[in-house]
Design a protein around this ligand. Structure first.
Ligand SMILES: [Zn+2]
Length: 351
């Protein structure tokens, strides 16, 4: 057994729980975040002015389209707001949220514990480092072993000087092209995965070849693909043979941008953001090809415009709307539960 002694249990910010208590789970969200590291500066004078304005009904249409160019949109750190958003999720039957806010995105263990209590949901906190642009000063000079030990401490002792422990390693950020320091951070995450038995969650670079490059790196470094989640599948892979090659590795495939239906994708305008119907088509195809047990679902809420109080779809979008839609399209309750309950329980429970 790994050092954490948590085999068969998931680790929430309020302590370990049995895998059976995970229930409906979304495996990639941000209950609180400071995501200004991805700010896309507008080029027009009008855009520059709008980027500094607070969000209102008169600019919400612009914010929805230019969501990475509004400074207020990229940051929400209000516990009470997050608890109200999470409470909608609980009312729709949601039980567990994976908060993938890793170091560099203003992870806040105490706030996550408060939100968990207030909303009555399980929250599983991340660890490790996001993309290079968010790396703290000093990471460049640190060793793989040092970073691995830090992740291990987050999981076995507590994060950021608290006794509140991480239950997942990630989201571990990779840019495209993949940088030296990001590879170091991934190596550390792989070591911590083996030592603790925790699951690993990856944010791949925006290239169709990035996920397989990362998979090969994990295998070469002794990681466990069956304990690893590849995030952001739908904004990364657009061709069936590439998706099939990745699925054949046995890694978990996370469709984690549900509700994000603005097809213009500011970080990669040469591609597009698929809508929910396109996500469901891809998922149907993966299920037909025997990959149901690898699929995970989430919204990756990381901006205000996707919160209910700012006109968004909210954290309850998947349980309240997507799950019934899947059934209307012909999936059985057993198949929907596999993606929303059984697969999260399997991957989030430590080994
Ligand atoms: Zn994320």
């Amino acid at each position: 057994m790994a050092k954490s002694g948590l085999a068969g249990k998931a680790q929430t910010v309020l302590g370990p729980i049995d895998a059976a208590q995970i229930g409906i789970a979304v495996t990639h969200e941000h209950l609180l975040i400071d995501f200004r590291v991805v700010f896309v500066p507008p080029t027009s004078e009008e855009g520059k002015a709008l980027s500094k304005q607070p969000i209102s009904m008169s600019n919400l249409g612009w914010v929805r389209y230019n969501w990475a160019s509004s400074l207020e949109n990229l940051r929400y750190e209000d516990e009470a707001l997050a608890a109200r958003e999470a409470a909608h999720y609980a009312r729709a039957g949601g039980r567990t949220v994976v908060d993938a806010t890793s170091i560099g995105l203003k992870r806040n263990p105490r706030a996550l514990a408060n939100i968990s209590k207030a909303a009555g949901i399980n929250v599983i906190m991340g660890s490790g480092y996001y993309v290079q642009a968010s790396h703290p000063q000093g990471l460049h000079a640190r060793t793989v072993e040092d970073i691995a030990a830090e992740i291990e401490r987050d999981i076995t002792i507590g994060a950021d000087g608290t006794a509140i422990k991480s239950g997942i390693i990630g989201e571990i950020g990779c840019s495209w092209p993949w940088t030296r320091d990001e590879k170091k951070s991934m190596q550390a995450a792989i070591i911590a995965q083996a030592r603790t038995g925790a699951p690993l969650l990856i944010h791949p670079g925006r290239s169709e070849t990035a996920p397989i490059e990362i998979v090969n790196f994990i295998v070469k470094n002794g990681g466990n693909l069956r304990r690893t989640i590849m995030g952001h599948i739908e904004r990364t892979i657009f061709t069936a043979p590439v998706l099939d090659e990745l699925a054949a590795t046995g890694i978990y495939l996370e469709y984690d941008l549900f509700g994000h239906d603005s097809s213009y994708y500011p970080f990669a305008p040469q591609t597009y953001m698929p809508n929910d119907a396109q996500r469901l088509e891809q998922i149907d195809r993966l299920i037909a090809n025997g990959h149901l047990d690898q699929i995970l679902l989430a919204h990756d809420v990381c901006s205000r415009h996707r919160l209910k109080e700012f006109g968004g779809h909210g954290l309850d979008h998947i349980p309240a709307r997507v799950a019934p839609w899947m059934k209307a399209r012909g999936l059985s309750q057993v198949q929907v539960d596999r993606m929303l309950v059984d697969n999260p329980a399997r991957v989030l429970a430590f080994v």
